[in-house]
Design a protein around this ligand. Structure first.
Ligand SMILES: Cc1ncc(COP(=O)(O)O)c(C=O)c1O
Length: 394
């Protein structure tokens, strides 16, 4: 007799929960851990409800209250004049941005994916190609992993892009928003900051302040360095709010998934209360991890520039086969990274790990790098993970 779907579903979920939830050192830079309250709110009644700007649905008065609160807290935490928590993901927030601040036939300047830019905003099947917007890419200094300011200034003057988007997926150091804001203004370019990766650090006051430096909009995912539910957000300076909100509903977001908005509102308040301490520890942890890996003989990017100022650490490897083998060996040892190889410290920080614990993680990674038996490393990695069952900064 075949096993019922219910049993199969349960088994897959239980196995995942035990492995990724209880045994692995999760070092994916795009991921984080939500608090127990955020998880509880995700399963609340608002997840069953509809609410729309045109008041088509009745029964929404507490959802109205919640949205207003969420927007207020987001403004406080991110230094903005207005906010919307409705974008269903960071990518949807980017779609809203491009749809609002460019027209067909216009152009967008971003970091190229080959330099760690976000593919969803590129001409490699990214959103701009869908709306007939031409891609331009920032001149990039790959030694420093940052935009080349002088060359970028020249490009902005020559090309006058409709929209300039700072921020990237492989994001180690603050971007020169301030240095290029005047050139963008002179060229008539609108300026935005995609903070998908670094939003939790910006919220904690520990990265850069894009809205004070010349960006009129900041957007991002709410679940990478920010410890909210998976989703998106846009905040901005006064002036552009009605353009964005007018584009957003109903063309790009209809139902906003109000349980997610509730959970995000709570997470933003967590960031308001303890986001500063969290961000300081995340960055201290990535610096400690990078240094220990480097000293252990693993090639780490930007050693001459202090490795990182964010939640990310990059391994300096280029051979794709070697990268794949190493990432797989790490997975076999219950150490989960991506194929960047880009390592993130947010989740470990939320579990309460500090610099000395980063040194222990580095030791495990170094031993896999040097060819140690992955089953042996897995035992040590699982033991280390089990010492940190708490969730802090909540
Ligand atoms: C810079 C950047 N923008 C946008 C996104 C899309 O975010 P989401 O996965 O929330 O759609 C990503 C995702 O990795 C990203 O790195």
């Amino acid at each position: 007799m075949s096993t019922s779907y219910a049993v199969q579903i349960r088994k897959a979920l239980d196995k995942h929960q035990k492995w990724r939830g209880e045994e692995c050192l999760n070092l994916i830079a795009s991921e984080n851990l939500t608090s127990h309250t955020v998880r509880q709110l995700l399963s609340g009644d608002m997840g069953h409800r509809y609410r729309a700007d045109d008041r088509f649905y009745k029964g929404t008065r507490f959802m109205d209250e919640l949205e207003a609160l969420g927007e207020k807290i987001a403004c406080e935490v991110l230094g903005a004049d207005w906010a919307t928590l409705r974008p269903l993901s960071g990518h949807v927030a980017d779609m809203i941005l491009v749809s609002t601040l460019t027209k067909p036939g216009g152009s967008i300047l971003t970091v190229n994916p080959v330099d760690g830019g976000y593919p969803g905003l590129s001409d490699q099947a990214g959103y701009p190609t869908f709306v007939n917007v031409r891609n331009l890419y920032f001149p990039f200094d790959s030694e420093r992993m940052n935009i080349d300011v002088e060359k970028a200034r020249g490009l902005i003057e020559d090309e006058k892009p409709s929209l300039v988007v700072f921020g990237q997926s492989f994001f180690l150091f603050p971007h020169p928003v301030k240095d290029l804001a005047d050139s963008c203004k002179d060229a008539g370019s609108r300026v935005a900051f995609d903070g998908s990766h670094v939003l939790g650090l910006v919220a904690g006051g520990e990265f850069q302040k894009p809205l004070e430096e010349g960006a009129e909009l900041m957007l991002g995912s709410t679940h990478k360095s920010l410890f909210g539910p998976q989703g998106g957000i846009i905040v901005g300076k006064s002036g552009v709010e009605s353009e964005v909100k007018g584009r957003q509903f109903p063309g790009l977001v209809d139902n906003a998934h109000w349980n997610r908005v509730a959970a995000l509102t709570w997470a933003l308040d967590e960031a308001r209360r303890v986001g500063g301490k969290y961000a300081v520890q995340v960055i201290a942890n990535s610096k400690a991890l990078a240094k220990a890996l480097h000293e252990g003989g693993v090639p780490v990017k930007c050693a001459d520039y202090g490795f990182t100022e964010s939640h990310q650490v990059f391994l300096d490897m280029s051979d794709q086969k070697e990268i794949e083998r190493f990432a797989q060996n790490l997975e076999d040892a219950n150490i989960i990274v991506d194929h960047g190889i880009r390592i993130g410290t947010c989740e470990a920080t939320r579990r309460g790990m500090k610099a000395k614990d980063m040194e222990r993680i580095a030791e495990l990674i170094v031993s896999v790098y040097k060819g140690e038996d992955t089953a042996k490393v897995r035992r040590d990695a699982t033991r280390l993970r089990r010492q940190f069952n708490q969730i802090l900064y909540t």
